[in-house]
Design a protein around this ligand. Structure first.
Ligand SMILES: *Cc1c(COP(=O)(O)O)cnc(C)c1O
Length: 411
């Protein structure tokens, strides 16, 4: 039998899947073998649901909410942002207990943590951020700088790379109050040297706030060891919490005593049910909370935390690197000859869990691919982003996706 141009890469993908120690985890996700979606390559924008979550969410509605009613708050829900935060910290953040809470959105937590951090450095006048940071990070910091009369000091980073420690060194000074970086760049996938960034930031006496949206659940984190001061991240990407599931905030233990965020709500007050006059922040990380947290929104992400705990972040990272290396090999073989350019670091040590490729036709290509159930992401101006979620993405999907892109480009 003659082999076609699809058989050889497909056979190679099947070999890689057969040898993948994480292969069985894929079966724990809903829709992983849905023939109408042959390649889901956007798990870094919205992770797939686990089968366990379908059961847990239903059980929560029928038993906890439906059965315990308002009593649920006393019995369990009130502490849930902190208990889930502690699990997240242990499993995926490299952080000791008592420093992480779940709630709000990344955007809102970024605002609260940035304001709280700036209040810890009241005599300083500058916030450092990069031009290629995620839009919400840039917008929030513009608003904060405007409110407080501070200056944004922009890093003009390489859009195919990201912010290096040397970039940071050239802008931080004794005027810097706060540095805000995405740990993994949403577009290029560049992986920031967080320990190096923390060191350079601290040499000037400033604080480092990391946005972990694109690294949590795909890259092992060591927040305590690295000396990161504050962090935020979302739970609907690699943590599969579901659309709009609440975000998380980390505030290093030694900052908490003096940390005050600007949205003073009753749920973050010391002894909230006493309903007393005047705001007094709750002890510890609870003070980051403002109003009633979304308990329903926190159910599903716990199922992925359980999987990550089982697998271990080092094995997750090993699969993640194997997936991105494989994707880049196929891109070089099939798409670069058609004019595509790699927009991500080619050294896996400098890369998170996704890769991006550029081509002037990609906006139209992605639109057509979506109708066929091949689902990467488009990122302006001409980037096609392949998000590879280590627990749920197969090598076969990567192969199917890249060959489908090739077919669109040769049409
Ligand atoms: C996805 C993402 C966000 C999302 O913020 P929301 O408030 O959840 O919309 C923020 N920052 C980065 C770096 C992201 O990748």
């Amino acid at each position: 039998m003659m082999t076609t141009s699809t058989d050889v890469p497909a056979a190679r993908a099947a070999e890689l899947d057969a040898a993948d120690p994480l292969r069985p985890y894929r079966d724990l996700f809903i829709g992983a073998d849905d023939p109408s979606v042959p390649a889901y390559l956007d798990g870094n924008s919205l992770g797939r649901p686990t089968k366990a979550s379908a059961e847990q969410v239903t059980a929560f509605v029928t038993q906890s909410w439906g059965g315990r009613l308002i009593r649920g708050w006393d019995e369990e829900w009130y502490d849930l942002p902190i208990t889930i935060g502690d699990t997240l910290a242990r499993v995926a953040l490299g952080a000791a207990a008592g420093q992480t809470t779940i709630g709000d959105s990344t955007t809102v937590l970024l605002y609260k943590l940035a304001r709280g951090a700036l209040a810890l450095r009241p005599d300083r006048t500058e916030i450092v951020v990069d031009r290629d940071n995620f839009p919400t990070d840039r917008y929030v910091l513009e608003a904060v700088a405007g409110e407080l009369g501070l200056t944004l000091r922009w890093i003009e980073s390489d859009t195919r790379g990201g912010v290096t420690v040397d970039d940071l060194k050239s802008v931080v000074s004794e005027h810097t109050a706060l540095v805000v970086l995405s740990h993994v760049a949403y577009r290029s996938g560049y992986l920031v040297d967080a320990a190096g960034a923390a060191r350079v930031t601290h040499e000037t006496g400033a604080l480092l706030l990391l946005d972990l949206c694109h690294s949590v659940g795909s890259v092992p984190l060591e927040l305590d060891t690295w000396g990161v001061d504050l962090a935020v991240g979302c739970t609907y990407k690699y943590l599969n919490g579901g659309p709009g599931s609440p975000a998380f905030a980390y505030v290093r233990a030694d900052h908490q005593q003096d940390f005050v965020q600007p949205i003073w709500g009753w749920m973050g007050r010391d002894n909230p049910f006493a309903m007393e006059q005047g705001y007094r922040p709750a002890p510890g990380i609870r003070r980051v909370i403002s109003g009633t947290p979304s308990v329903l929104g926190m159910i599903a992400l716990q199922d992925t935390l359980a999987l990550l705990d089982d697998v271990g972040m080092d094995a997750v990272r090993a699969k993640s690197i194997a997936l991105t290396e494989y994707a880049l090999d196929l891109v070089r073989e099939f798409l670069v000859p058609l004019g595509a350019e790699i927009g991500s670091p080619e050294d896996s040590a400098e890369r998170g869990g996704h890769v991006i490729i550029d081509h002037p036709r990609f906006e139209a290509v992605v639109e057509r691919l979506w109708t066929k159930g091949v689902i990467p992401d488009f990122r302006a101006p001409q980037g096609l982003r392949l998000g590879l979620s280590p627990l749920s993405t197969s090598f076969g999907e990567v192969c199917t996706g890249i060959l489908a892109i090739r077919d669109e480009l040769t049409d």
